[in-house]
Design a protein around this ligand. Structure first.
Ligand SMILES: [Cu+2]
Length: 158
């Protein structure tokens, strides 16, 4: 098959390509990268941070990593961020019977701002929190008993 394209078509195609080339960098600049906050946990049942500070209106990406070695069933960790004023202890208690929901109990789901997956050893997950509103957001690991041992903290947005 001999496909002949008229010169006008070719120049239009070239113009379209260069137009896309010009647009791409502009789009990348518009979406500013969020600040990244890294937090980890391990087999000692402690978060590496118990306090995270942010500014109102800020967008942050929390990267949570389980650096432990024990299996997920015995020592899984998650990071659950609750709305200001939530009772993290009550959430933790309700979570104990929500194994099939990875310890995010339906009864308290309305208190959750965001949560990671339940992570086994050497796994990471991310949470993107956009346009944060001022307040104190309790966070915890809702794996049974981890809150009681101290896997908790506060995200403070001012
Ligand atoms: Cu935990």
């Amino acid at each position: 098959m001999n496909l002949r394209l008229p010169p006008l078509f070719l120049s239009l195609a070239a113009a379209a390509l260069s137009f896309c080339g010009l647009l791409a960098p502009a789009t990348a600049v518009a979406a500013a990268a969020p600040r990244v906050v890294e937090i980890s946990a391990n087999d000692t049942m402690k978060f590496s941070l118990t306090s995270i500070e942010a500014k109102a209106g800020e967008t942050i990406k929390i990267v949570f990593t389980n650096n432990g070695t024990l299996p997920k069933e015995a020592m899984g960790h998650n990071l659950v961020i609750l709305k200001p004023g939530s009772d993290a202890a009550a959430f933790s208690t309700a979570a104990m019977t929500a194994k099939d929901k990875e310890y995010i109990p339906d009864s308290h789901k309305d208190q959750v701002v965001a949560h990671t997956a339940l992570l086994g050893p050497k796994k990471s997950d991310e949470i993107l929190l956009k346009d944060l509103k001022a307040g104190e957001y309790p966070f915890l690991c809702s794996f049974p008993a981890h809150f009681a041992v101290g896997m908790k903290g506060t995200l403070i947005v001012k």
